[in-house]
Design a protein around this ligand. Sequence first.
Ligand SMILES: O=C(O)CCC(=O)C(=O)O
Ligand SMILES: [Fe+2]
Length: 352
Amino acid sequence: MEKEESSSSFSTGKSAQEGALPYVPDCYVIPSSHRPNMAPEAAYVPIIDFGRLNEGREQRSMVIKEIGNACSRLGFFQIVNHGICQSILDGALSTAFDFFKLPSEEKMKFMSGDVHRPVRYSTSLKDGIDEIQFWRVILKHYAHPLDHWIDFWPKNPPNYRENMGKYCTEERKLALELMSAITESLGLGPKYLVNKMDEGMQVMAVNCYPPCPQPDISLGLPPHSDYTCLTIVLQSSPGLEILDTEDGSWKMVPKMQSSLQVHVGDHLEVLSNGRYKSVVHRAILNRGSTRISLASLHSLGMDEKMETAKELVDEKNPKGYKESSFRDFLNFLSKNDLAEGKSFIDTLKIKN
Ligand SMILES: O=C(O)CCC(=O)C(=O)O
Ligand SMILES: [Fe+2]
């Protein structure tokens, strides 16, 4: 991508407010101890063949075990044979690229600093009021129930609603199947959360990281865990890093054709009473090309409290977490800056 195109395509709120020439956000310069390694080690990522879930009881129980191991040891894994066809994955990524290439005025229609808005475009985690600008632009929108939200989504590019709608629908089906497998892996049975997940929220975070002139001193997205039950990530190119809790180093998540990355979120940590830990991750940048990631965030309904499963509480494992809802997270986000290391899950932990 040429420089001029990238800067005009990724103009932020500031440029419009100030009437300035095309503007690229300031780098978020991070302390040297947290700067990215430009040649990171690859993370070990378990690959789970999802198709085997429906290939009889024996195969299913093996896959459930693999999922349980990945969740308890690492908090993430990748799935292949997930049933979403390549044209739907490609269609979602390409319409996302096209959205960010639109003229600023078109994107600014969705600009908002209010984290409670169901559709919003922003240039940092809390937007607008932040002093720190991240090297990221984002379009976030609710996606379930689709017919309720789709009319609020961008009309441009013209195929946005169709392509992203198809992708969100498929993602959600997958997320529900995954949650069933996960509750089964916890010994709670496949139906444990089905009704609540049916009524649940799906938020699509469409992240765009333009080429960055100084990727060695910047970050696209600071370290955080997702508030969700689970998150499914599709990336156009590598850039997602996972914190290795064993040695404290950052490891790069490899991008495999057609596979989807699954993250344990904070609410799953709560449900499992800490057996599964939400995974801390971040996004790094590169000089050469724009990177897009689609993070599909799945949780219970807006005001439905996620509680620790009582089946997983006993004398040896006392209840370790307070209950909370998606709205509680949004209220936390509106008052706290994740970039300063504030973490939602820390506010839920009960000191036993
Ligand atoms: O860009 C990525 O790969 C990660 C995105 C992410 O973590 C998020 O949107 O929560
Ligand atoms: Fe995330």
